[in-house]
Write a new protein. Structure first.
Length: 364
């Protein structure tokens, strides 16, 4: 199949960016750093503890703001603890020299979101977080603010990922409905397609044991972001069970891991992203980590029945979530070409065929 002129860049094209100098790094890329439709970004050797989050604005370099706002510089070469409630800016190992027709966007990795680590990529002269304008040339920085657990990070840790796109890749609502009819994007008899996306709702009925989710504990030990299967779930999480009402009251500023009622499918020629739900409808935010790779939930890649794990916070007021309530929307984009490797097919993908699942750092 011929590659499209517009769309999300697949793994081979991301490799080509590195080879042609459009993507620059302090060292060779890690073997597994390129994903089917994105690139993991690596932390550099130092973190700046800053007084507050900031936006550089159209006339400032990030380094200008760091000179003014930095409180302390932390060496990451041997690993360091980043505390909850603090804001850190870390120069990344990767920088960009994008062509004039190529833009990019960033998002936390799935495991980052499930640890309630708030991250945003910043560029020089930025007026938006996580958005890299077409033709941008310069360094990348990551703002990091652990919300629930203190974390250990080091040079090379990967908390965020970036997608590259040329032109307009987003599917329109009619295109989305047509694709759903042929590929079943969400396991729903009557899909709700509006606002440019297809709706996902919350499962509060629970599994066979009535488990509906987890709430993060406070004052825990640290989580090392680079180590799998290191921690006992119950040292960090309180399991939540249905008590017959199939509802959950979200307490302000608590962090919850919940799951979608519908299974999700991203066909190999497409990429998807979860968009936060409209705050006019509910005072909560869902899913910090928004990228779904080509092949997520794809049956031939072992993904039949994959649910979307939802990271949920209520803001300012308690909020009642009810089973089946819409909590977010998936928007789909065309890939420029089918990736060489899709999600789940021998990539060591952590969350293929998942139900309700905590991040890879916790022992089951």
């Amino acid at each position: 199949m011929m590659a499209r002129e517009t769309g999300i860049l697949a793994d081979r094209a991301i490799s080509a960016l590195f080879e042609t100098g459009r993507l620059i790094s302090e060292r060779e890329l890690d073997r597994d750093q390129i994903q089917p439709a994105s690139l993991d970004l690596r932390l550099g050797s130092k973190a700046f503890r800053v007084r507050a989050s900031f936006m550089p604005g159209p006339s400032h370099l990030v380094s200008d703001k760091l000179d003014r706002l930095s409180l302390h510089v932390i060496d990451l070469t041997q690993g360091a603890v980043l505390e909850t409630g603090c804001v850190y800016i870390v120069p990344l190992m990767e920088s960009l020299a994008l062509p004039a027709d190529m833009s990019a966007s960033a998002n936390p990795k799935s495991s980052t979101g499930r640890l309630d680590i708030f991250t945003r990529v910043i560029t020089d002269y930025a007026q938006e977080f996580d958005k890299i304008p077409a033709g941008y040339s310069g360094p990348l920085y990551l703002e990091i603010s652990p919300r629930t657990f203190p974390i250990v990070v080091r040079r090379g840790s990967r908390l965020s990922q970036i997608r590259f796109r040329t032109g307009h890749a987003l599917l329109s609502e009619p295109e989305l409905l047509k694709l759903h009819e042929s590929e079943t994007l969400v396991a729903s008899k009557l899909p709700n397609v509006s606002g440019g996306g297809i709706a996902l709702s919350i499962d509060l009925a629970g599994d066979e044991d009535g488990l509906i989710g987890y709430r993060g504990k406070h004052h825990t030990a640290v989580v090392d972001v680079d180590k799998k299967d290191q921690h006992d779930i119950f040292d960090f999480w309180e399991p939540l069970y249905s008590r017959g009402r199939n509802e959950l009251i979200l307490d302000p500023d608590e962090f919850y891991i919940l799951v979608s009622r519908e299974a999700v499918h991203v066909p190999p020629d497409y990429a998807a992203e979860m968009t936060p739900f409209d705050p006019l409808v509910g005072e909560f935010r869902v899913h910090y980590a928004g990228f779904f790779d080509p092949g997520f939930g794809h049956a031939p890649a072992g993904g039949r029945g994959s649910r979307a794990v939802l990271e949920v916070r209520s803001h300012e007021v308690p909020f009642i979530l009810e089973d089946g309530q819409i909590v977010g929307r998936l928007v789909y984009e065309h890939m420029q070409e089918k990736p060489a490797s899709i999600y789940g097919s021998g990539l060591g993908s952590n969350y293929q065929a998942q139900g309700l699942k905590l991040s890879k750092h916790f022992r089951i």
